[in-house]
Design a binder for this molecule. Structure first.
Ligand code: HEC
Length: 105
């Protein structure tokens, strides 16, 4: 009887880990994926913006000069940014800024 309980416990933990591990993956939470999912629709995959729609370029000289902190603040505080973007965590905003920097080169 005791062994059965132990086996059940081990099985439960194994199943639990099996469900948890894919969710712990950071793959969907890196700057590039976040940018593609949350920003590309407006600012474009190349971050050049859409002048006709008054969406600023993120690879302009001004954007290059802006500090990481300013860019991260723009992400979470721009009034025109949808709520889903304003609710990004500071860490996610930082990851996106790092990705935008890579596009600026
Ligand atoms: C719904 C369209 C939309 C989405 C989605 C969007 N933006 Fe914007 N963004 C804008 C508009 C419009 C502005 C300029 C208007 C303003 O100043 O509020 C702007 C301004 C900015 C600015 C300031 C640039 C400047 O020169 O003033 C930054 C940086 C920025 N966005 C980054 C991002 C990032 C990074 C994401 C993804 C997390 C994102 N945006 C998602 C529409 C969008």
């Amino acid at each position: 009887m005791k062994t059965t309980k132990l086996v059940m416990l081990v099985m439960t933990i194994a199943v639990g880990l099996f469900i948890l591990i894919p969710n712990l993956s950071w793959a969907a939470d890196d700057g590039a994926s976040l940018y593609k999912a949350k920003c590309a629709a407006c600012h474009g995959a190349d971050a050049a913006g859409k002048p006709a729609a008054k969406i600023p370029s993120l690879v302009s000289d001004d954007a290059k000069k802006a500090s990481d902190a300013d860019l991260a603040k723009d992400i979470t505080e721009k009034p025109k940014h949808p709520a889903t973007i304003k609710s990004l965590t500071p860490d996610q905003a930082k990851m996106i800024v790092t990705y935008v920097r890579s596009l600026q080169k």
